[in-house]
Each structure stands twice: as C-alpha cells, then as structure tokens.
Design a protein around this ligand. Structure first.
Ligand SMILES: [Zn+2]
Ligand SMILES: [Zn+2]
Length: 258
C-alpha cells in the first residue's frame, strides 16, 4: 500500500563518529505530503538507502531536496541525489533549497549540476517556499557554526516542525509549533556547552513546552545510542504525557494514522 502522507527516516545518525562508523545510517528524511516527495538532508549513503528501501524509494519521484545546513552528515549525497532526481540531467526538474553558504564559497552543491534542476533557492528567513504541494519556511537561525535553519513544513493537512542541529538558546521552541515535532538530539548529557547540539534534557523541555501530537527524536550521537534512545523516548512519554518516539533507521511514520 502506498501511503499518502508519511515521513521515512533514511538514517538516524548524528555527530561524526556515529556517521563515520555508520553505527546508524545517515540518509536523511524522506517526506511525502499530498503526493509530493522531498528529501531533507541527504547525508552519506542517502542514495543507497533510497534504493534499498522496501518498497523502493525512487529519487526520480522527488520534486525537491532541502538542506538545513552544509555539514557532511546532512549534505554529502546532495549531488548524487540531484543527478538521480533528474535522471542524470536528462529530465530537468525539481527544486533545491539550501542556505547561502552551501552554494557560494566552497559550495557543497556542485555548480555543473545546478542546471539540471528547475530552481535553486537560497534558504533564508522570512520567505515561504513551495515544492509541489508542500510549502515550508525556515523557522529560525540556529547556533551551529555554519548557516543553519530548522524548518516548518506544511502539506496534506499536517504541520511538521524539524529542529535540526543547534545549540539550545532561549525561545528556540517557540519557532516550532508543529503537530509533529522532529528533534535532532545528538547528546545524552548537557554538560559540555562547547558542542553545538541539543541534549536530551533540552529536548525534553522543548517537548514539554510545545506539547506536539507526536515528538520524534533522531540524529543520535554515541552517548544517545549507548543510552538506548527507545527507552529514553518511552520514559519521556510517560513523564510528559506526550507521545515521544525514537526514530530508527528505516522507520516510516504514516501521518494519516496519527
Ligand atoms: Zn548533524
Ligand atoms: Zn551539523
């Protein structure tokens, strides 16, 4: 059965070591809303994960690719995904949206591929983007060393908020009011403030404040994986009275069943 609206996690790895060792996969998030397919943050192995999915996810069915930032674990496969989406450049189509620093100096999106797509847009604040039946905007600028934006995506009657990599800052949660809240939780402990990533207790505060219909933890670093994310998610669910799950590689969430 083909689902109408779903989120599929082609990877749940966060942070260098988990990605380098492929302790979890790092293919990004495939989102299908109202018959439009987009791929968010195609990290290393994204193409392989698409083609290895059951049922297969064909990159040629994509109408767009979105990068929240230029780090390798989010952008490594963007070029091959553009090539696959456009049938090697023979079917010019699709939209690519990425922050300016992914496109300008030392670009992660190769220039020779840019003519393969219909449109390249710069992800920035105070602009609404449309890809097929999905509309989205950059929620707020994150504190993450490179230009980074979380997303609010709309389509098929759903509002999905995606808090990508960031250091916590006061008010962060106020930008992410979706029914479905995806949070990159790299760190189990909040001790080391030099690392610009959210920790589990920060994610908990965000979920407690926002009370989404469903919160999904993903993008796990080593300390999170060691602490068994599925157990942590179930503890949070019980404590907060909000449905919280930990994403696993290949997890598909049928949004119409929520
Ligand atoms: Zn990351
Ligand atoms: Zn990052």
């Amino acid at each position: 059965m083909i689902h109408k609206n779903y989120i599929k996690f082609l990877g749940t790895a966060g942070a260098r070591f988990v990605v380098m060792m492929q302790l979890r996969r790092s293919g990004g998030i495939w989102l299908r809303l109202d018959d439009t397919n987009v791929l968010i943050d195609p990290g290393p192995g994204s193409l392989v994960r698409c083609l290895g999915s059951k049922p297969l996810l064909n990159p040629r069915d994509l109408e767009g690719v979105i990068l929240t930032h230029r780090h390798l674990d989010h952008a490594n496969d963007v070029n091959i995904i553009i090539e696959a989406m456009t049938n090697g450049g023979f079917d010019r189509k699709g939209v690519v949206v990425a922050p300016s620093d992914a496109l300008e100096d030392d670009p992660v999106i190769l220039r020779y591929l840019r003519g393969y797509v219909d449109k390249i847009e710069i992800l920035r604040l105070q602009q609404t983007y449309t890809i097929g039946h999905i509309s989205f905007s950059a929620a707020t600028a994150h504190e993450h060393g490179v230009e980074t934006y979380g997303l609010n995506l709309f389509g098929g009657g759903h509002h999905i908020s995606y808090i990508t990599d960031t250091k916590y800052f006061p008010g962060l949660e106020s930008y992410y009011t979706g029914d479905i809240l995806i949070i990159n939780v790299v760190r189990f402990d909040s001790g080391n403030t030099k690392i610009q990533h959210l920790s589990l207790d920060e994610a908990e505060k965000i979920i407690a404040t926002n009370q989404p219909k469903l919160a999904i933890l993903t993008h796990f670093g080593m300390t999170m994986i060691k602490a068994k994310p599925w157990e942590l998610a179930s503890t949070l669910s019980n404590r907060l009275g909000v449905r919280v799950i930990a994403a696993s590689d290949g997890l598909e969430i049928d949004l119409d069943l929520l």
